[in-house]
Design a protein around this ligand. Structure first.
Ligand SMILES: Cc1cc2nc3c(=O)[nH]c(=O)nc-3n(C[C@H](O)[C@H](O)[C@H](O)COP(=O)(O)OP(=O)(O)OC[C@H]3O[C@@H](n4cnc5c(N)ncnc54)[C@H](O)[C@@H]3O)c2cc1C
Length: 301
C-alpha cells in the first residue's frame, strides 16, 4: 500500500492548517503540497516543500529589488530566452523537496543524479516493510533484440507465469529470512544493518530528495525520456505533472527546448542546409556515421 490511513490522516491535518507567508507562492503547486501520487505498485511521490515560482526565475535573472516580474508575456519571453541560451543559474533559484518511495533498483539509478540532497530511510535503525515491486504482466518483458539496454515484447504463457512466481516467491522467502534473522525472540537477533543484505533489489525504500529546478530539469530530461527504464520513467512522468503546475512558463520552455528539441552537430546542420537547397543527401554523403545518420533521420522525420 503506498500510503496507510494513518499517514493519510497526517497529510490531511497538514493540508487543513495553512499558514500565512510573505514568501512567493505558486498557486499551481499549493494544490500538490503533501499529497501522495501513486507510482508503481507501492511507490509514490509527494511534494514536501518548494521555493520560488516562474517570477523568482525572472527576479534572479534581473537581480531585482522587487518582484522582478514585468508582464506575463515579458516573463515568459525571458524564461524562454534563458532556457534557449543555457543561462541556467536563474532556474537554480527554485527548489523542490520530494518524499519518494521507490524500489531499491530504481533508487540506484536515481542516486546517480548527484546534484541533489538526499536523506534515505535507515534500514540500520528501522525494519523495512514487506513490500516488493512486482511488474504488471505487460511490463514483464523479454530482453530487447535491438537495444542491449532495453526490453522488447512482454513475456507470455508459462514463461510469464514462472517468472512472476520466481519474483514473488524469492522476495517472500528473502523477507521471511530477514524477519527471522532480526528477531530477538529466543535468540540474540542479527543486527538490522547486516540482515538487510539478504533483501532483494525490488524491495521499497524511501527518501527525501531536494533539488533545484535546473538540475531537476536535467533529471527529467534523462529520466522522462523513452530511453530511460520504465520503472524510473513513471516517477519522472509524475514529477513532470507537478512541475508543469508549479512553474508553467519554465516547464513550457523545458518541454519545447529540451524534451521536444534536439541538438544538431555542425555536420547535421550542413546536411539540413544542403537538403533545403534541394540536394539529395544520403548517409554516405552526409559525413555522419550510420548511428548518427539514423538519429538525424529520427529528428528530421
Ligand atoms: C538512459 C540512461 C542510461 C544510463 N546507463 C548507465 C550505465 O550503463 N552505467 C552507468 O554507470 N550510468 C548510467 N547512466 C547514468 C548516467 O551516466 C549519469 O550518471 C546520470 O544520468 C546522472 O547524470 P549527471 O551526472 O549528468 O547528473 P548529476 O550527477 O545530477 O550532475 C549534473 C551535472 O553536474 C555536473 N557534475 C556533477 N557532479 C560532478 C562531478 N563530480 N564532476 C564533474 N561534473 C559534475 C555534470 O556536468 C553533470 O552533468 C545512465 C543514464 C541514463 C539516463
Amino acid at each position: 500500500m503506498p500510503i496507510t490511513p494513518d499517514q493519510q490522516a497526517e497529510i490531511d491535518e497538514l493540508r487543513a492548517n495553512p499558514k500565512p507567508t510573505l514568501r512567493a507562492v505558486a498557486e499551481g503547486m499549493e494544490g500538490h503540497l503533501y499529497k501522495a501520487y501513486d507510482v508503481l505498485d507501492h511507490g509514490f511521490i509527494r511534494v514536501i516543500d518548494y521555493m520560488g515560482d516562474d517570477a523568482a526565475i525572472c527576479q534572479a535573472a534581473r537581480v531585482s529589488y522587487g518582484k522582478g516580474t514585468k508582464s506575463v508575456q515579458n516573463d515568459e519571453g525571458l524564461i524562454r530566452y534563458l532556457m534557449r541560451h543555457w543561462h541556467s543559474t536563474p532556474f537554480e533559484m527554485c527548489e523542490i523537496k520530494l518524499h519518494v518511495k521507490l524500489p531499491v533498483f530504481v533508487a540506484r539509478q536515481w542516486i546517480r543524479h548527484r546534484t541533489a540532497n538526499v536523506n534515505e530511510y535507515s534500514a540500520r535503525y528501522s525494519i523495512l516493510d514487506r513490500e516488493f515491486y512486482i511488474p504488471e504482466p505487460d511490463k514483464l518483458a523479454a530482453q530487447s533484440v535491438i537495444n542491449n539496454q532495453g526490453r522488447g515484447e512482454a513475456l507470455t504463457g508459462e514463461e510469464a507465469a514462472r517468472v512472476l512466481e520466481y519474483l514473488k516467491g524469492d522476495a517472500a522467502r528473502c523477507y521471511d529470512h530477514y524477519a527471522e534473522m532480526i528477531s530477538d525472540d529466543g535468540q540474540q537477533g542479527l543486527a538490522r544493518e547486516l540482515a538487510r543484505m539478504n533483501l532483494p533489489a525490488n524491495i521499497y525504500t524511501q527518501w527525501y530528495w531536494k533539488v533545484d529546478l535546473h538540475n531537476l530539469f536535467h533529471f527529467l530530461r534523462l529520466r522522462a525520456d523513452s530511453h530511460a527504464q520504465y520503472e524510473i520513467r513513471v516517477y519522472a512522468d509524475e514529477i513532470c505533472k507537478v512541475v508543469a503546475d508549479w512553474v508553467p512558463a519554465a516547464y513550457g520552455a523545458f518541454e519545447d527546448y529540451r524534451m521536444g528539441g534536439a541538438t544538431l552537430s555542425s555536420k547535421a546542420i550542413d546536411c539540413v542546409r544542403r537538403m533545403l537547397k534541394g540536394e539529395e543527401v544520403t548517409q554516405e554523403t552526409s559525413g555522419m556515421s550510420k548511428g548518427e545518420w539514423r538519429e538525424f533521420e529520427g529528428i528530421i522525420g
